[in-house]
Design a protein around this ligand. Structure first.
Ligand code: PXL
Length: 286
């Protein structure tokens, strides 16, 4: 029997080269049986991380009329998932999108920074208003730099104790979301993705091994797998496990080919993992 698929409105940019945002969100969620309606926030010739002077076309005035169109059609969305925003006005448009679909799962990936530093296009105004999206989200998926920025901490957090991990997660959940997941957290030279389920007062962590390279777009892939997994009925620790294991597999595959890291992970070669839907139980309690 063919199952009716969930439908996600994905409010992210479309970057031509570098495998990030909608270029990876679409294939990732599609391969998990989830239908994606892309709502582009900007079109870029490449991501912002190392390809020089990229071309950026801001689509701020596209989002609202697109939303009006969908509302007129009474089009159903099971999830609204926001990410990279190109202007401060897009915060308001995302808030309108979220409030127009009160029954949809609200996923906010507060894309702003990585490795202790904000992205080229991330203004201080955008940084200060990102918490408005976090406040209405059901699920947030910051990396450790973004989590620290949301909490007013030093963005560079090279190592956290278990107690600090829990404190970060609880403080993020106090900003609004039921589920907070922080990616790329280091502790005693080990790497983890960590999560907190406020309703059930449960903390989770999934360890992973690192390679000697960083790839752009991995946060987008992580949040997409997590979202697809939860929409498919997985529990939070299983969804975190699925996203972490997939990234580990894709990153190790890519690293073995010594490709230009700016090109991101070799997603096309790795999607079979998601289609095969492996059973997982490598998560741990934090
Ligand atoms: O992966 C996050 C992201 C999304 N969109 C653009 C980016 C980045 C990170 O570099 O530059 C345009």
């Amino acid at each position: 029997m063919i199952k009716k698929s969930c439908r996600v409105a994905a409010i992210h940019d479309l970057s031509g080269i570098g495998r990030c945002s909608l270029s990876v969100i679409l294939p990732t969620l599609s391969s998990m049986g989830i239908q994606v309606c892309p709502v582009p926030t900007a079109v870029l010739s490449s991501h912002t991380g190392g390809f020089g002077d990229m071309v950026l076309r801001d689509l701020t005035d596209y989002i609202e009329p697109a939303l009006e169109h969908y509302k007129k059609l009474e089009y159903r969305f099971d999830c609204i998932y926001s990410g990279f925003l190109a202007s401060i006005g897009q915060i308001d448009h995302c808030l309108e999108f979220f409030s127009s679909y009160p029954n949809a799962l609200k996923v906010v990936d507060p894309v702003m920074a990585d490795h202790g530093k904000p992205y080229k296009t991330c203004t201080s105004e955008l940084r200060s208003r990102m918490s408005e999206l976090v406040a209405i989200a059901d699920i947030i998926t910051p990396n450790i730099t973004e989590a620290a920025m949301l909490l007013g901490e030093n963005p560079y957090q090279p190592s956290l104790s278990s107690g600090m991990m829990k404190s970060f997660l609880v403080r993020l959940s106090e900003l609004g979301p039921d589920i907070s997941v922080i990616t790329s957290v280091f502790s005693d030279d080990k790497a983890y993705n960590i999560g907190y389920d406020k309703k059930h007062s449960k903390f989770w962590r999934v360890p992973y091994t690192v390679v000697g390279a960083n790839y752009p777009g991995t946060g987008d892939v992580f949040a997409s797998v997590l979202t697809g997994s939860i929409l498919s009925g997985d529990s939070l620790p299983i969804a975190m496990n699925r996203a972490t294991s997939f990234l580990e597999y894709a990153i190790k595959t890519t690293y073995s080919y010594s490709t230009d890291t700016r090109e991101g992970i070799m997603l096309e070669s790795c999607l079979d993992y998601l289609t095969s839907n492996p059973t997982l139980c490598d998560y741990e309690q934090l």
